[in-house]
Ligand binder design. Structure first.
Ligand code: ADP
Ligand code: ZN
Ligand code: ZN
Length: 841
């Protein structure tokens, strides 16, 4: 025996003795992972990212995802064996696992919660409870006594080895099965387990083609016609088939057509069935892609202007140094053209590209622009798409068919394994932050970390940078690149302020419209130009009030007034969805003098219709854009010039590019700027600048008429003159003086409970523990939020403010988390609900 062979022999024996363990992420609301032993026969199927079936506790069988495979024997408990593996290849890749772990840690939630948010439900494991005999116990041992019902179940299990709850109920002939099952579980005679099934169903179509025998020979076809002579219905189908496939013109290939295209008009499905049965036609079921086929010719990219080219080069230089880039370019400066250029380059070099967009901006022009350039390499990931469509994008990214994804915040979770560029468009948008449920992540910030994992480049673009990102650029963490001018002859719009107070005094208002705005609309319409009317929604929905006693109808389970919806005359709670009809008399005093207060887009639309009866008016807000394509339709109609006036909320401000808009009317500035929140100035600057940017593109200068009661308000001047820098300087001073982000980090702790008293006790206890550890000045509250009860749960909030320098935020998070668990351990606080929101917006 040679030395070499001997060595390999030893190695083999050595391998025999190694036991592998898997740390498994389980879909339960408990932190951490659980360690299981991997049996020898499953070793080659189980790796990082594989889905496995394991037993959890005594009576449950669950499926989870393997986070790590290792050889360290767990010290505290004896590891059970993994029961089975579900996939041949991992469903979650290594980058994703690292990314999910980071998200859980940073945003203070469990990896299970991240996994839950990350995977389209079609890929998630759904479970259905089933029971089986417990293989580890001698079920029919003599010392256990069973009731008659219990024996019935056990016997049924002997013959069918598993039963669903419904089947158990059938076997027993009763609905109440839980007492029996509970007793069997206590006797350890059965096990409960979760049936695992993949929900994703591929989309299929049925196709029809002529059997091979008829393709070979003309005479066979002749015979066929003779055979069908008396069967007119069947013959009609044959003729239709021949004409659809152009075989009646002499083409004779094997032509497959959609069954649905054959069965149009009055052709009969049962005759076709007969033809298939008689083997004249062959019917096949085929899996097809749900993703829209791209039509048309791919378009050449535009040649960049000098300014754009300089910005592109500056960006590439920063990429060389691995620095994220903040591209500050006014609306219409051609940021999108630069993105397209960089995307092309990244794709040509074989990398993957993620283009993140706020929800609303996504379905529109930007996607069709990208489609024109990138064709079917582009996948779109949107929350209005069905789950099956999302699974296809997920799989497309996984198998390399899709290399460019334009998507909303959740597309950061997709299975990229070779990301080379992430673009965050409209970087300042607060809708990149998720509020509910956990993980409460910010897609822009998460994207920076994701890019770091992949060694990818990041480009954040906006006309109105967030204070946080701009400060990061000044600190040198990001590279600032600026584009100061609109493309071509485009000019930024001119502002006119319309004073509501003076017009009101002189009684020249018509409803809520100033004479200046009405005049502006009139003259635009005369010139066949389009108008956009912007009405902010936030904190401003119409409600009812009694003229005699001031009573306002409120939701019975939330602490908010009900919103009045004019078109169907109902009151709706915007927090829980509760609906009720509009009362004829006041609930409190019985008066009939009930009036509406406040107005929304709906009221504006009604008023405009009366003021400009000739004009085509459309409204765009949450109510008119519920279905998948409604947003798109409204935009299309406006683009084609079929709408003269478009009335809408902030939805209008997102990345839209219209040619014929000469006027933007702004309502409500005063309310936006005075909203009680430390970000209200930042929001006001962004919102008004963005919505104004819709006026006057290409070569025409547009106009903005802004209605206000305070024309001298200082921020307004900066908005009008487009002076971002002086806005930033004023704002950053305030942030510093009042200890807000970006100088301090915020963690919001949200506590909820059914009982107000218990909630207040728990909140006080928690806050005082936090103050004890962190100091009085770092803890604010507990306090009630503006809306202090939602869905019958009372709410309290505690804010934790941590300076960025010299303190380990990770240690603080650990401490906050630990103290929270300690509070929950008190008996009276067991049912307290506790949530964390890191970097709330
Ligand atoms: P932004 O994304 O900064 O708002 P866009 O990329 O949408 O700006 O550009 C505004 C308009 O100008 C678009 O209609 C775009 O097609 C056009 N445009 C910008 N740059 C160029 C270019 N280099 N060549 C041709 N058209 C351009
Ligand atoms: Zn009343
Ligand atoms: Zn409610």
């Amino acid at each position: 025996m040679s030395q070499l062979e001997l060595n390999s022999d030893i190695d083999e024996n050595f391998e025999e003795r190694i036991t592998y363990f898997a740390d498994v992420i389980l879909p339960i609301p408990l932190p951490g992972t659980y360690t299981y032993r991997i049996p020898k026969n499953l070793e080659e199927h189980i790796e990082r990212g594989s889905r496995v079936v394991v037993q959890f506790g005594k009576k449950k069988i669950l499926t989870g995802v393997v986070k790590e495979v290792h050889q360290t024997v767990p010290k505290v408990y004896e590891a059970k064996y993994v029961l089975d593996s579900l996939d041949h290849a991992p469903v979650v890749n290594s980058y994703q696992l690292d990314f999910f772990a980071w998200l859980a840690q940073y945003y203070m939630c469990t990896v299970g919660e991240v996994l839950n948010a990350a995977m389209p439900s079609g890929l998630k494991l759904t479970s259905e409870s089933l029971i089986q005999l417990n293989p580890e116990s001698d079920v029919f041992r003599s010392e256990v006594e069973y009731s008659e019902k219990e024996l019935t179940i056990l016997n049924a299990l002997k013959s069918s080895d598993r039963l669903s709850f419904d089947q158990v109920s059938d076997v027993l002939g009763v609905k109440m099965i839980h007492p029996v099952l509970k007793s069997l579980l206590q006797k350890e005679s059965i096990l409960l387990f979760e049936q695992v099934k993949d929900k994703f169903k591929p989309k299929t179509v049925k196709t029809i083609r002529l059997s091979d025998q008829f393709l070979e020979d003309e005479t066979v076809m002749q015979l066929l016609f003779e055979q069908l002579e008396k069967k007119q219905k069947q013959q009609a189908i044959l003729l239709k088939y021949l004409s659809l496939t152009r075989m009646d013109e002499g083409e004779s290939e094997d032509k497959e057509i959609l069954k649905s295209s054959l069965l149009t008009g009055d052709l009969s499905a049962s005759s076709l069935k007969t033809l298939v049965k008689n083997e004249i036609f062959v019917e096949t079921e085929k899996v097809i892609s749900r993703l829209d086929e791209i039509e048309g010719i791919l378009q050449e990219n535009h040649v960049l202007s000098t300014g754009q080219e300089e910005a592109r080069l500056a960006t590439l230089q920063a990429f060389e140094k691995n620095k994220p880039v903040l591209l500050h370019g006014v609306t219409g400066s051609g940021k999108t053209e630069i993105y397209i250029n960089l995307i092309q380059e990244a794709l040509e070099n074989g990398g993957q590209v993620l283009y993140l967009l706020p929800e609303i901006a996504l379905t529109t022009q930007i996607v069709s622009r990208l489609h024109k350039v990138f064709g079917s390499a582009l996948g779109v990931y949107h929350s209005k798409y069905s789950d099956n469509e999302r699974v296809e994008i997920w799989n497309g990214v996984n198998n390399g068919k899709i290399n460019l994804v334009a998507g909303v915040r959740s597309s950061v979770f997709l299975p990229f394994d070779n990301l080379s560029l992430i673009i965050v468009d409209e970087e300042h948008e607060s809708s990149f932050k998720q509020y509910e449920p956990a993980p409460r992540y910010h897609a822009r910030d998460a994207a920076i970390w994701l890019a770091h994992l992949h060694q990818a480049n990041v480009l954040m673009g906006t006309a109105t940078p967030s204070i946080d990102s701009y400060q990061n650029a000044l600190d040198g963490k990001y590279q600032l690149v600026e584009l100061g001018q609109r493309f071509g002859e485009g000019k930024l719009p001119e502002f006119e302020l319309a004073n509501i107070l003076t017009s009101r005094k002189s009684k020249r208002m018509k409803g809520d419209f100033t004479p200046e705005l009405l005049e502006g609309i009139k003259s635009a319409l005369e010139k066949k130009e389009q108008v956009i009317i912007f009405q902010n929604r936030r904190g401003y929905s119409p409600y009812l009030i009694c003229n005699d006693c001031n009573h306002v109808p409120k939701c019975q389970s939330c602490d908010v007034s009900l919103t009045y919806h004019m078109h169907n005359n109902v009151l709706i709670c915007h927090y829980c969805g509760h609906k009720e009809s509009v009362p004829a008399i006041c609930d409190a005093c019985g008066s009939t003098a009930i009036k509406t207060v406040g107005f929304g887009t709906e009221k504006l639309e009604e008023d405009l219709k009366l003021l400009f009866p000739e004009a085509h008016i459309q409204r765009m807000d949450q109510d008119t854009t519920r279905s998948k394509y409604s947003y798109q339709h409204i935009i299309d109609r406006f683009e084609r010039g079929e709408t003269d006036i478009l009335v809408g909320t902030q939805m209008l401000s997102k990345g839209l590019d219209f040619d014929k808009v000469s006027l933007v009317g702004v309502f409500d500035y005063d309310r936006i700027v005075h909203f009680p929140d430390f970000r209200s100035h930042e929001r006001a600057f962004q919102l008004i600048t963005q919505v104004s940017g819709r006026a006057g593109r290409k070569d025409d200068k547009g106009k903005v008429i802004l209605q206000t009661g305070e024309p001298d308000e200082p921020l307004l001047y900066k908005i009008r003159t487009g002076d971002y820098k002086s806005f930033f300087q004023a704002e950053i001073l305030e942030r510093q003086n009042f200890q807000y982000p970006p100088f301090y980090r915020l963690i919001k702790v949200i506590l909820k409970h059914k009982e107000k008293n218990i909630l207040q006790d728990a909140s006080k206890k928690y806050a005082s523990r936090l103050i004890g550890e962190l100091g009085r000045q770092r803890v604010l509250g507990p306090q009630q939020p503006v809306i202090s009860r939602i869905r019958n749960l009372y709410i309290e909030e505690i804010y934790i403010k941590i300076e960025k320098k010299k303190i380990s935020i990770n240690k603080v998070k650990e401490l906050v988390y630990k103290l929270g668990l300690e509070v929950k351990q008190h008996n009276e606080f067991k049912t307290l609900r506790l949530y964390f929101d890191v970097d709330p917006v």
